[in-house]
Every structure is written in C-alpha cells, then in structure tokens.
Ligand binder design. Structure first.
Ligand code: NIG
Ligand code: FE
Length: 412
C-alpha cells in the first residue's frame, strides 16, 4: 500500500532531473502537468504525472485548484547571526552606502560583534526561528554560511549551530565557511587576516561543505580570493565566492577559472565574465532581493547570462544587513520584475538549479526522488511570483509526510 496520493492537482510542476545545472534556454523548459497526480511510498515519489486512478494509499490529499511543486531550495543564506541592524535603514536614507557603513565599523562588523557576544544556544534559537520561517514558505533545502565570527572560536560556534539545526530537523542543509567575510578592525592587515582564515580551513573542514569569500573593494582582492580558493580546494572544499556585488573586480571570471560550484551576486559582472559562463557549469546565484534592499537601480544581468548559455539560480541572501528577508517567494517576484525572468526560468532557478549550486539531492519530484513537496494555494505557477510578498505555501510535505499546514484558521 502507498502512503500518500495527491490527487486532482491543477498544475503539477516537474523540473527535469539532470546531472548538470540547466543552462541558457534549458531554463525556460519546465514540465507542467494539468490535472496531475503524485503518489508517495516510504518517503519517495512512486509516480508523478498525468491524472491516474491506478494507485491506492492510506492518505489522499485533494489538490483541486492548487499547484504542486518540489519544495524550494534556498541556495545562499547567512542564517546564523546575532543581533539586527534596523538602525542602518536611517543611515541608508541619509545616503550612506553599504561599503561606507562597513568602513566605519558598522555593517557586517556590527553583526560580528553581536554574534561574538551571543552564546551558542542564543544563536541556535534565533537561527531556528528563521529556518522555520523558511520552511513555512516552502523551503526544505538550505545553504547556511558562517562569516560573523572572524575568529576560530566564533566561526566554529556558527558552524556548529548550522550543523545542529540540520540534525534536529533532518534537513538537506549545506554549511559554508565564510571566514574571509570582512576584515576585523584590529587585524594587522588584510593579508595577515586572510592567512589566519586560510590556516583555519583544516579545523572547520568537519563542519563545512564549502569555503566562501567576499571579494569586493575594501574587503578581499581578486588575488587574495584566488589564494584562498586554491588553499580551500587543496583541502577538498568545494568553493564559492561573493563576487562583483558592488564593483566589477572580475570575481565571476575567477570563479569560473577556479571551477567554483557557484559565483554569487554578480550584479556588476563584466561582459567577459558573462561570456565565460558558456564553457562552465559554475552556477550564477543571483540575489535580486539584495539589490532591491540596497536600493540599487541596476540588477544582475540575468538575461545576458542566459543568452551566454549560463546556469543561474536565485536565492534570498538572507542576512541582517543587505537582505533582511527569508521569504524566497518574495525574491521570486523580484526576479520576475527586475531580472526579467519568465515563470519557468524562476521555478527552475529555485528548485533544480539551486540544488546544483549547493550540491544537494533536491529540487525535483520525479519517480524515485525524495518526496519533498509543496502544495501551493495558487491557481497556477505564474500566480506565485505575481501576487507578491505573502506566503502561498499551504502544505509542506517532507519525506512523504505532512510537516506543516499553513491553512488559515481563526480562533473563535
Ligand atoms: O551577501 N556582501 C557580503 N555579505 C552579505 C551581507 C552581509 C551583511 O551585510 O551582514 C551579502 O550581501
Ligand atoms: Fe551573501
């Protein structure tokens, strides 16, 4: 006997199972079945396709008028952090830029202070709440970075919290060491601090899947980033990079040269960098919520990247400074409006391609896949980015079991 059937699905979204990330025009191809059925047994998908009455199960969910998709994959977050930075909103209003705030010891460095002060359990509780909000919004696979410790004790504290969350909720989580995220005010020099972080790599290895670096004006240069990435790769890390977020330093080209699993942000990437995507499987993880929150006019050139046969994914970049939202659906809306992506491209970018960007087995619900599924209270797949800023995820199913039901129920 099967465990669960989801029946009468108005639109069943089935991204393609693939070894490599979807690239260029492939992102606009999405299998959408009208009047679909999904059957689950032992936590796996037994059948997903056109309507079928051939199956029986212990539980049947009627999804009449609703959309069903794989659970979303959140490929870039700074989930574990102390404190908050609401006071920076008025600085921004007065025209102080993100990098100026950082230079004055605020920004990332103020979150470093708060993260160092927080106990491991305090960090755990705060990150847990934010993680549960992500799950509520339909996410069941998450990447989580350190980078607010900037020393051994506190980087490890963040990474332990991230690992404990993955264990507690048995989630597909990937953990990233982002030691070179900013240069502490008391560092002797950028180079000396970078060397400290390189020396930490062997110690964080048991807790981290990826090594990441913030390559930006006033933070780390291209040469420093190359040195770090090469040291990390030699120890068996897959590498990532915060690249070309504000200034066009050539971070995308570096990521491709070093075979990074992803290059993230890429708002200011050069024409040469984008052209290089053709011959690479490095996933360009675009974070349009950050561009929006920083109040910039220019967004990453997603269309140019796709024209160059690039692989793109979309994520929130959830963090306490440059993008304070853990609602990936909202970022899907910003991607539609500002990156000019089609609904098909957006769905592939938050499922199968996001999974490739963080190397998790997630983002598809074809036969044999893990049954991590969302039932959306929406009449079609275009509706979710269209009706923006609210949560459309109605039922979140993990390993074939209903984990969460968001149906509105008023008391009394
Ligand atoms: O991806 N740009 C660098 N790091 C983060 C922001 C971190 C922060 O402001 O606290 C980002 O935008
Ligand atoms: Fe980030």
């Amino acid at each position: 006997m099967n465990d669960l059937i989801i029946q009468n699905i108005k639109e069943l979204i089935l991204p393609k199972s693939t070894e490599r990330p979807l690239k260029g025009k492939e992102l606009d191809e999405l299998n959408i079945i009208e009047n679909g059925t999904v059957v689950v047994k032992d936590g796996k998908v037994v059948y997903a396709g056109n309507h079928s009455d051939d199956y029986e199960a212990n539980e049947v969910i009627d999804a009449t008028g609703k959309v069903v998709s794989p659970a979303l994959v959140e490929a870039h977050t700074h989930l574990v952090h102390g404190g908050s930075r609401e006071h920076e909103m008025s600085l921004k209003r007065q025209g102080v830029s993100y990098l100026e705030i950082l230079e004055q010891g605020g920004g990332i460095l103020s979150t470093v202070e708060a993260t160092r002060k927080a106990t491991e359990d305090e960090l755990f509780k705060k990150a847990e709440k934010n993680l549960l909000t992500m799950i509520e919004h339909g996410v069941l696979a998450v990447e989580s970075k350190s980078g607010y410790g900037l020393d051994k004790e506190n980087e490890l504290k963040q990474l332990r919290v991230s690992n404990r969350l993955a264990d507690k909720y048995n989630l597909d989580m990937k953990h990233t060491f982002l030691g070179p995220h900013a240069v502490p005010k008391d560092a002797k020099s950028n180079q000396a601090f970078l060397q400290e972080m390189i020396d930490l790599l062997p110690e964080v290895k048991p807790y981290a899947d990826f090594a990441d670096i913030f390559c930006e004006t006033g933070v780390f240069t291209i040469e420093e980033s190359r040195k770090y990435m090469q040291a990390a790769k030699a120890l068996g890390f897959n590498v990532k990079i915060h690249a070309d977020e504000i200034d066009p330093l050539g971070g995308l080209e570096l990521a491709i040269d070093e075979g990074a699993i992803s290059a993230d942000h890429l708002v200011a990437s050069s024409t040469e960098g984008k052209a290089k995507l053709k011959q690479s499987d490095t996933v360009a993880v675009l974070l349009p919520g950050t561009t929006f929150y920083l109040g910039k006019e220019t967004y990453a050139d997603a269309r140019g990247m796709l024209d160059n046969d690039g692989a793109i994914a979309i994520a929130t970049d959830f963090n306490p400074g440059s993008c304070v939202t853990n609602n990936l659906q909202l970022v899907m809306s910003i991607a539609a409006l500002k990156l000019k992506l089609s609904p098909n491209e957006i769905w592939n970018a938050v499922t199968v391609n996001a999974a490739k960007a963080i190397d998790v087995d997630a983002g598809t619900i074809n036969e044999g896949d893990k049954a991590n599924i969302v039932i959306w209270d929406a009449p079609n797949h275009e509706y979710i980015p269209y009706h923006y800023g609210i949560n459309h995820a109605e039922t979140v199913i993990k390993d074939g079991k209903v984990l969460l039901d968001n149906k509105i129920q008023l008391k009394g």
